[in-house]
Design a protein around this ligand. Structure first.
Ligand code: ATP
Length: 457
């Protein structure tokens, strides 16, 4: 299955989903750019997350905070002191690793954690037990603001979008007139100085997150965590991710982040060489850690006065935190399939088809004139531009029709609409559905409604 990732990486590059960053200069290891199809898929994912988590609910609102926050935020949140990873180096091949990743890989293979790194083989050169003593390494990426580059001008690029939510908690709560239980959501770029970025867009130093902090009364936190775990699972399966490739992972108490009472991750079967499962999203109970820390450090009251109960408390927080790139990779891996389709001579041939939920598909409809022809082409172009008012449409008149179907199947386009010579007489077109390859004749004055009924959302 490791070659499935390679297949997705090469399809992504060939078709314009994801390219290596700065490739004209040889490419930057583990940074990626999203191409025309990738950006559509990514935006569709984000839009559906926002709709599901924010606009379809009365108890969640959104914000968009800065990437660079006051440095005090990261002091108070504990990130400056504790957002570190243990770094070790193989003294034989000089490759660096996160010690915790080496331990996890060992555990996945042997069913127990190693006594020490002396038991572990280097994943790069294979030599055993040649690791240096792990040193803590900050995961924060920093920069300097203004003309001087000293410790007073240091600023951090956010490693999570969550802190911008906590610092705005009181303002959002008051201006939106919401009472706990309620949530604040945010999507945007985050940055981490990862020691071992890799596995395509799974782990990069610059990435996008979709996070929501749900503020609840202390004592109701455990119930709400269960609720959000279920909601998040349903979001992925509702958009077509197969449950057989998903599972829950409970963080053992000794491995919880500094702020967490309980964290459960949704894992997906990414099947990277070396590790089968990888984290897709975490659902954490952050308690009142962050609001209390910011209240104490800023001197501002971040508690909530519960009028009904006549008491004041600091809300507990349940946080579902997802990564856009990881979700996109999971949906692509899950949707990728190979089956058979008839070629021009009716012989069955292998076809690649991306069975994406139509809501995620980068192109919704491809309009294909049967051949390049002075009568068919303008008719097809007219139809394409009319449909473009509602959806992302591809127009393709190059090559044999079968080849053009294949091109659309490979990128997950749910419908191909063919304009042929009969169209000039009967004013109807042939609609071909991606998964079943079934074809249906639909009259031109009904085509928009026909597609709208099948392209919900
Ligand atoms: P990991 O253990 O894989 O480093 P994490 O537990 O540190 O991840 P969280 O802090 O829970 O990750 O972040 C929430 C989500 O953000 C993750 O589930 C993942 O989808 C995404 N994410 C975190 N770090 C990265 C990264 N370096 N590249 C891409 N996505 C990331």
């Amino acid at each position: 299955a490791a070659d499935k990732i390679d297949t997705i990486v090469s399809l992504s590059k060939r078709r314009g989903f994801v390219y290596p960053c700065s490739e004209i200069y040889g490419g930057q290891r583990a940074a990626w750019d999203y191409g025309p199809l990738g950006v559509e898929l990514k935006e569709n994912l984000k839009r559906h997350w926002w709709r599901y988590m924010v606009t379809s609910r009365e108890d969640v609102v959104g914000i968009d905070s800065s990437v660079i926050l006051a440095s005090e935020v990261w002091q108070a949140s504990g990130h400056v002191a504790t957002f570190t990873d243990p770094l070790t180096e193989c003294t034989s091949c000089h490759k660096r690793f996160r010690a915790d990743h080496l331990e996890e890989a060992f555990e996945a293979k042997h069913g127990r954690l190693p006594e020490s790194l002396a038991e572990v083989n280097c994943p790069n050169c294979g030599n055993k037990g040649l690791f240096t003593e792990p040193k803590q390494f900050s995961g924060l990426l920093s920069t300097h603001l203004g003309p001087t580059q000293d410790s007073a001008s240091v600023a951090y690029l956010r490693p999570e979008t969550a802190q911008g939510i906590f610092t705005n908690f009181a303002q959002v709560q008051q201006t939106s007139r919401r009472k706990p239980p309620f949530g604040i959501a945010q999507m945007g770029k985050s940055f981490r100085n990862e020691i071992t970025p890799g596995n395509f867009i799974f782990r990069t130093r610059e990435f996008e997150q979709m996070e929501m902090e749900f503020f609840v009364k202390p004592g109701e936190d455990e119930k709400w965590q269960e609720y959000w775990m279920e909601q998040r699972w349903n979001w992925y399966t509702g958009l077509g991710l197969r449950e057989e490739n998903m599972r829950w992972y409970e963080h053992p108490a000794e491995k919880l982040s500094h702020y967490s009472k309980r964290t459960a991750d949704i894992e997906y079967r990414f099947s990277f060489g070396g590790s089968e499962w990888g984290e897709l999203e975490g659902v954490a109970n952050r308690t009142d850690y962050d609001l209390s820390a910011h209240a104490q450090a800023s001197g501002k009251d971040l508690s909530y006065f519960d009028q009904e109960a006549g008491e004041r408390w600091t809300p507990y927080v349940i946080e579902p935190a997802a990564g856009v790139g990881r979700a996109m990779l999971a949906f692509m891996l899950d949707a990728y399939a190979e089956d058979e389709a008839p070629n021009a001579k009716g012989k069955m041939e292998k076809r690649v088809v991306m069975r994406l939920d139509p809501r995620l598909s980068p192109v919704k409809v491809a309009v294909l004139p049967l051949s390049r022809n002075p009568e068919l082409s303008p008719k097809a172009k007219g139809l394409a531009s009319a449909l473009r008012q509602n959806w992302n449409i591809d127009f393709d008149d190059a090559g044999a029709i079968g080849k053009r179907y294949r091109r659309q199947d490979e990128i997950g386009t749910p419908f191909c609409v063919t304009v042929d010579f009969d169209t000039l007489d009967d004013n109807a077109v042939t609609v071909r559905e991606r998964d079943t390859m079934k074809q249906e004749r639909v009259s031109l004055d009904q085509i928009e409604g026909y597609l709208a009924a099948r392209l919900i959302g």
